[in-house]
Design a protein around this ligand. Structure first.
Ligand code: FES
Ligand code: FES
Length: 161
């Protein structure tokens, strides 16, 4: 068995260290080594988007990234969205607009939506659908998700005005 090496990542604002064999996926490292089970894993083939995280501010599929590739990086997961027991506006919007049912796709959806809204504060429905096209939801039919992202955009613009 290859020697595990130490991987250090700034996850959700905290420096975390764990051991990873060179072939260990980032998704497995986050879930099993660091206990961040809010990161969901669906297809493990890059097709569903459930495992989406922010890697140095950019979207990354953690099932297609090796843990060792993230050594020294900053990673944001769904677990860092809420602050001091308060849901993030994007989480509130998903809750209010029925943007989730089983919740399996939701961690990836929330992160993908957050990255869209950072670049496009007032996206159209078409832009939202296009941006989230790599995130598969088997429950909602997407209508609630699009409504939730539009509501989240409104809440975030309100916060910054
Ligand atoms: S679990 Fe990573 S894209 Fe499906
Ligand atoms: S809410 Fe069930 S997969 Fe999206």
């Amino acid at each position: 068995m290859p020697d595990p090496r130490t991987v250090t990542i700034a996850v959700d604002g905290r420096t975390r260290t764990g051991l990873a064999e060179p072939r260990l996926l980032l998704s497995d490292f986050l879930r099993h080594e660091l206990g961040l089970t809010g990161v969901h894993v669906g297809c493990e083939q890059g097709g569903c988007g459930a495992c989406t995280v922010k890697l140095d501010g950019r979207p990354a599929l953690s099932c297609l990234t090796l843990a060792v590739q993230a050594d020294g990086a900053r990673i944001d997961t769904v677990e860092g969205l809420a602050r001091d027991g308060e849901l993030h506006p994007i989480q509130r919007a998903f809750q209010e607009q029925h943007g989730l049912q089983c919740g399996f796709c939701t961690p990836g959806m929330l992160l993908a939506a957050q990255m869209l809204l950072e670049e496009t504060p007032d996206p159209s429905a078409a832009e939202i659908r296009e941006h989230l096209s790599g995130n598969v939801c088997r429950c909602t039919g997407y209508t609630g998700i699009v409504a939730a992202v539009r509501e989240a955009a409104r809440l975030l613009r309100q916060e910054t005005s």
